[in-house]
Design a protein around this ligand. Structure first.
Ligand code: MEV
Length: 289
């Protein structure tokens, strides 16, 4: 039996734009997903295409138990975390000797296949290696750790990443002259963001700009706008949707002393919220349960 965990993530900047090779910045956060794998002779159907694909890809049969503290379909990278933790646990339980680099690549291939070709390597990289990562196309660069007090708000409105990616693609196809500069501007926001990690006011301003640009691409939702505005009114430096949008989660960067107030303001909008910060660790082995 082998138990591995992997963290969730937020996009500080750049979702959707990363799908078109523009720079984006994502950060591993708590909570984590825990997956236990045990050898077994009969094939186990996990009823998750991600988990089934992990066993198929590794060419083994086993049973699996998932304990996820991350809400699913909410933009926090839970499918990537489940995939990375499952592959890592299979790797360990079956003595396969894949490196973490290979696990990250396999996890990305699985996400891409399950999401019908629509995925960037962001979620799977961040979940495998932890920390803050600058993604540009298929390149990833780990950035120095930062202390960024964040509040994540979940609208509880479910959304589909592939549908949202498709929606943006359709708008871009119809209006490339408008959408291409917006995607370029999001890439520029990401690059500006990594130069201002020590300036939370500037980071907040850039997050607000990124949110407006994502809304222009059709990735917004009234429930997201409500939470973003509530967080800003409660004193956050800035707030934006995180992930594919159309529902799911938002993230706010806050002064340390206002984290609880911002969380309360978000929760007062019929949402679930939690305070989080960077998780520098990626996939890791846990004590067997
Ligand atoms: C989803 O968390 C973020 C998107 O950019 C898609 C992706 O990067 O795979 C919308």
């Amino acid at each position: 039996m082998a138990t591995w965990s992997a963290p969730g993530k937020v996009f500080l900047f750049g979702e959707h734009a990363v799908v078109y090779g523009k720079p984006g910045v994502a950060m591993a956060i708590r909570p984590r997903v825990f997956v236990t794998v045990r050898k077994s002779k009969s094939a186990h159907h996990a009823r998750s295409p991600y988990i089934d694909s992990c066993f198929d890809e590794m060419g083994v049969k086993g049973s699996v138990y998932v304990n996820s503290q991350l809400p699913s379909s909410s933009g926090l990278g839970s499918s990537a975390a489940v995939t990375v933790a499952t592959l890592s646990a299979i790797n360990d339980e079956f003595g396969k000797k894949f490196t973490m680099e290979e696990i990250a690549n396999m996890a990305f291939a699985i996400e891409k296949k399950v999401q019908k070709g629509r995925a960037s390597p962001t979620d799977t990289s961040v979940s495998t290696f932890g920390g803050i990562v600058l993604i540009t196309g298929t390149q990833r660069r780990r950035l120095p750790p930062q202390n960024l007090p964040l509040v994540v708000g979940n609208t509880l409105v479910s959304h589909s990443t592939s549908k949202m990616v498709e929606k943006v693609a359709a708008l871009k196809k119809k209006n490339p002259e408008i959408c291409d500069p917006i995607l370029d501007a999001i890439g520029a926001v990401s690059l500006c963001g990594i130069r201002h990690f020590s300036d939370p006011h500037m980071l907040g301003t850039l997050m607000n700009m990124n949110h407006a640009l994502l809304e222009a691409l059709g990735a917004g939702h009234p429930s997201l706008s409500r939470l973003v505005l509530a967080a800003r009114a409660a004193g956050a430096y800035g707030a934006k949707l995180t992930g594919a949008g159309g529902g799911g989660c938002m993230v706010a960067i806050c002064p340390k002393h206002l984290k609880s107030r911002v969380m309360g303001a978000v929760e007062a909008c019929d949402a679930k919220a939690f305070i989080t910060n960077l998780d520098t660790e990626g996939a890791r082995k846990e004590k067997d349960v």
